[in-house]
Write a protein that binds this ligand. Structure first.
Ligand code: NIG
Ligand code: FE
Length: 412
């Protein structure tokens, strides 16, 4: 493969820094090179530097002039529910009339309605819909996503979803990191206890044996899985070698953050209702908070998580979309950055770090993606603007100019 030189970025945001998740002031260190460039060889970043240095070194390379645009590492979206059938337009309309997420779920909408559609869909249909959504992510500058199962809730239907994720990974440019979320809701035909046993005795052993997922997640919430049931499932998953993530304290403060700390989870996600004790617990165990302001916004709530307190407590904050048909129908990390700055008072620099290198560490890929440094995958997002703050400042439209995945430009 011929090497490729990308030259003349107004700002090349490298995020070069310590080889670990960034905390405190480190979240503001973007490692910007003005009039920067990259030399890419075999899909990896070979040299990062000033454009004239790169040009010197790039004698045999194809040269692309970025014309003074902004360059970031591709976004890493560490919390999505990428594979599902249909949509939840009826829920959306009911919320607009004032019903809550919980009321709509009780009345026949919610997660269960997506489970019914996902069970009825063939693997081919699910793959076709997910491929379209994967394309949306790349068009918004995202090059890696974590994706959760959880709209099947039987062994076969969960495996169908995981197969779709594997195919997306192989057949689309988007890198997909699989998480098993069998405990997303209790199926209508079983008690919670029976279903927890099924997850532990049948689903998890199969997922672990065939290495179908890297992480296990649960929805720890009133009406879904309580702290005790969540502990049982996550403990079983940990014994089988899976790393842990969790939907916790989203609608009620149930002590979910503390549970994730107790179990040494990689991440605790949502945290809209987490208090200072929960934040302190996450710090003690170095659990990364994954904040999902898109779901707060789309649910019409104003209960955003306490991002500033988390940063001040020294947590390595991550931002993600929570892409799903119910509470967060957006694949757009730029939209999430806008919400992080306007609603959670994160700075644009903190938001960029949280959605690239910190997200990469939360997925165990901090050494391979998330910054523009020599040796990493050449996953590059080029924006039609000059200043990194513009990504979060302008909102409601796409500013993407080009996206490269492992050095290959994706056409859109
Ligand atoms: O992260 N909270 C649980 N799961 C999703 C919502 C899924 C759905 O409504 O379909 C979330 O918000
Ligand atoms: Fe979620």
């Amino acid at each position: 493969m011929k090497s490729l030189a990308l030259l003349h970025a107004a700002e090349l945001v490298t995020l070069a820094g310590p080889q670990r998740p960034r905390i405190g002031n480190e979240l503001s260190g973007l490692g910007i090179i003005r009039d920067g460039g990259l030399l890419i060889r075999d899909g990896k970043i070979d040299i990062v530097g000033a454009s004239d240095e790169i040009e010197e070194a790039a004698r045999d390379a194809e040269i692309i002039d970025l014309g003074g645009r902004l360059v970031l590492p591709g976004f890493v979206d560490a919390h999505t529910h990428l594979v599902f059938a249909g949509n939840r337009l009826d829920d959306f309309e009911r919320r607009a009339r004032g019903e809550s997420y919980e009321q709509i779920a009780k009345a026949g909408g919610g997660i269960w309605s997506t489970v019914e559609k996902t069970r009825a869909a063939s693997e081919a249909d699910l793959f076709a819909q997910a491929t379209k959504h994967a394309e949306w992510f790349v068009k918004c500058g995202t090059t890696t996503v974590e994706a959760k199962s959880g709209y099947g809730l039987t062994l076969d239907d969960e495996l169908k979803i995981v197969c779709v994720m594997q195919r997306l990974n192989q057949e689309t440019p988007l890198e997909v990191v699989p998480t098993f979320l069998g405990a997303h809701a209790v199926p209508r035909d079983r008690s919670a206890g029976e279903y927890v046993d099924l997850v532990i005795n049948e689903m998890l052993p199969r997922v672990a044996k065939e290495k179908l997922a890297e992480f296990c997640d649960v929805f720890c919430e009133r009406g879904y899985f309580d702290v005790e049931q969540s502990r049982k499932i996550l403990t079983a998953a940990k014994k089988l070698g899976l790393k842990l993530r969790g939907h916790v304290d989203q609608l009620t403060n149930s002590g979910g953050a503390k549970l994730m700390a107790e179990l040494g989870a990689a991440t605790a996600d949502h945290l809209e209702k987490t208090d200072e004790q929960g934040i302190a617990a996450l710090k003690t165990a170095n659990v990364q908070p994954v904040l999902l302001p898109g779901s707060v916004y789309a649910l019409g709530s104003t209960s955003y998580p306490r991002a500033r307190e988390m940063i001040e407590a020294g947590l390595a904050v991550v931002l993600a979309t929570d892409f799903n048909p119910g509470s967060a129908p957006t694949p757009s990390m730029p939209m999430v950055l806008s919400l992080a700055c306007t609603q959670m008072k994160m700075s644009p620099a903190e938001a960029i770090t949280a959605s690239t290198i910190n997200a990469a560490y939360s997925l165990n890929r901090g050494d391979a993606i998330g910054t523009l440094e020599a040796g990493k995958a050449a996953n590059v997002a080029v924006f039609d603007c000059e200043d990194y703050r513009e990504v979060a400042y302008w909102f409601g439209f796409r500013q993407m100019h080009a996206v490269y995945v492992r050095g290959k430009q994706i056409s859109f």
